[in-house]
Design a protein around this ligand. Structure first.
Ligand SMILES: Nc1ncnc2c1ncn2[C@@H]1O[C@H](COP(=O)(O)OP(=O)(O)OP(=O)(O)O)[C@@H](O)[C@H]1O
Length: 250
């Protein structure tokens, strides 16, 4: 990943000079990022740094005030139908029909795609096999989150955007989700994930984008950022680069 180099092949995700303002609040201020095919890239920042707004613009669900996004060479706003076939998105505020069961929702999402993953594989990937007959509204918060990740993976997407992959999950569910990401990586899926957890980013990500106050303040490999900051670990590097502690979001 880099913020401007165009010498390689077509990137999976290329965001250029994104700006977004809510009233007087500048949420995203000139964010550019480039993710190569097959990379796992983490977006890290404190609460309110602009991470969700950034990934929502990349996913095409929020319109930037300025700037451009290219997803596998397509415009996620203008070519929404085509992009949906190759992009899987799990966003923070996804709302699903509460009266449908896990199986019904998975079945419904599978109909959106020409070559969906098998329902059993999706249930297995996120560990919801035993909940297949449970209505969405009866699932715990963590189970709802896992289901939304399964739905994001239903169409065998080439690019996946995950906002807060493991926030609120217990340690077992968190490790399972990490294993899922590692499995997707072996399939060559490109993954952009918002995270609050250094351990998660260090374990999963090839590259990390640090966002603070709506701006990208550093991009690099986890070990590269630690070295650049002269720090012992990614936690300390984050503090050195931003002057802030990363809140733990459970
Ligand atoms: N719909 C909205 N209307 C007004 N302000 C918003 C809206 N969404 C986000 N903001 C503000 O924009 C800024 C960036 O928010 P955003 O959710 O993108 O940050 P974040 O890094 O994802 O935060 P968190 O980690 O808490 O989810 C924050 O100051 C937030 O309060």
């Amino acid at each position: 990943m880099s913020s401007g180099d165009t010498s390689r092949g077509e990137p999976a995700i290329h965001a250029e000079h994104l700006h977004k303002r809510y009233g007087h609040k500048v949420a995203v201020d000139d964010v550019s990022l480039r993710v190569e095919p097959g990379e796992v890239v983490g977006v890290l920042g404190t609460n309110g740094a602009g991470k969700t707004t950034t990934v929502e613009m990349i996913a095409g669900v929020r319109k930037p005030d300025r700037g451009r996004v290219s997803l596998l060479g397509m415009d996620p706003q203008r070519e929404r139908a085509k992009v949906r076939q190759v992009l899987g998105v799990q966003l923070q505020e996804a709302t699903l029909h509460g009266a449908l069961t896990v199986s019904e929702l998975i079945g419904l999402y599978r109909t959106f795609y020409p070559d969906p993953r098998l329902a059993g594989e999706l249930l297995e990937l996120v560990g919801l096999d035993e909940q297949r007959a449970v209505r969405f509204e009866k699932l715990s918060g963590g189970q709802q989150q896992r289901l939304s990740i399964a739905l994001a993976l239903a169409g065998r997407p080439r690019v996946v955007i995950l906002d807060e992959l493991t926030t609120g999950l217990d340690p077992r569910a968190r490790r399972r989700m990490w294993a899922t990401i590692e499995h997707l990586r072996t399939e060559g899926v490109t993954i952009l994930l918002v995270s609050h957890t250094m351990e998660e980013v260090e374990r999963l990500c090839d590259q990390v984008v640090l966002i603070d106050d709506g701006r990208v303040i550093a991009v690099g490999t986890p070990t590269g950022l630690v070295a650049r900051a002269g720090a012992e670990n990614l936690d300390d590097a984050f503090v050195a680069l931003t002057g802030k502690e990363l809140e733990v979001a459970e």
